[in-house]
Design a protein around this ligand. Sequence first.
Ligand code: GTP
Ligand code: MG
Length: 197
Amino acid sequence: MKIKSAEFVVSNSKVEKCPDSRLPEYAFIGRSNVGKSSLINMLTERKSLAKTSSRPGKTQLINHFLINGNWHLVDLPGYGYAKVSKSAKRTFQKFITAYFANRKQMVCAFVLIDSRHKAQKIDLEFMQWLGENQIPFCIIFTKADKIKPKALETNIKNYQTEMLEYWSEMPEFFISSATSGLGKEEILGYIESVNQQ
Ligand code: GTP
Ligand code: MG
């Protein structure tokens, strides 16, 4: 898919205030600092469409971007950031839960996972929660430029083993790098094929 236009629409913490639109949307979610905002910029070829930072906890709101005038890309805050206060965590959890429960136009969530690490409990539990709530999702292993191919393969295999403890098959997954552009064609191609269904 060629990205002809990518524009910021709105940021908010209330799901009721998200765009009142029937356009299909794709959400990017994952631990703080995993590279959600960077991946959005890479996919859209816009340097700073989504705000990024080396400090975890940068994205705090639900951000909608309109792509090619016919679908939405959604940048969400990260989970699992230890330094956030308990009440902030609760508020966050509430609005993320509300987002997934209420956005019927959300066709697929991309769960981002840092490819440098072995399977983490917090990510496995989050994906189980998505499954329990019948929310379709794919996995994207990020920051592939920061790990050697062999180690990347080992980490993905470890994920597959862990996932198969709970799921009957490994969900669709992609490997990405925001610095090299790895994964761009595959992820956009996937979105395009789902949009056409
Ligand atoms: P929060 O909004 O805080 O949850 O973080 P985020 O998941 O949106 O991460 P963000 O895109 O802000 O990136 C976090 C840090 O990782 C930044 O310093 C990025 O430059 C870096 N980063 C993100 N993706 C990649 C990647 O693919 N390769 C490399 N080398 N660095 C990356
Ligand atoms: Mg972010």
